[in-house]
Design a protein around this ligand. Sequence first.
Ligand SMILES: [Zn+2]
Length: 72
Amino acid sequence: MSKNEKQQGGPQAEAPKMCKSEGCREKPSKFGFCKTHYELYMAGVIKGDGSKPIDYEQKLSQYMKQKQKQAA
Ligand SMILES: [Zn+2]
């Protein structure tokens, strides 16, 4: 039993079909977030429920700057 170990329970075992982040229609990959928003969540830019903190834009721009540095 190692092939389909993720297939357990009913067909809909609380698996969200879309990313938790508001307005995002990507398929979730981790914690109900798509890849992009999962990274944002891990970076602390968005909250665990997909909502944006008050200083979201500040955090986002900080995150973008950091990412650019890493890519360089
Ligand atoms: Zn998303």
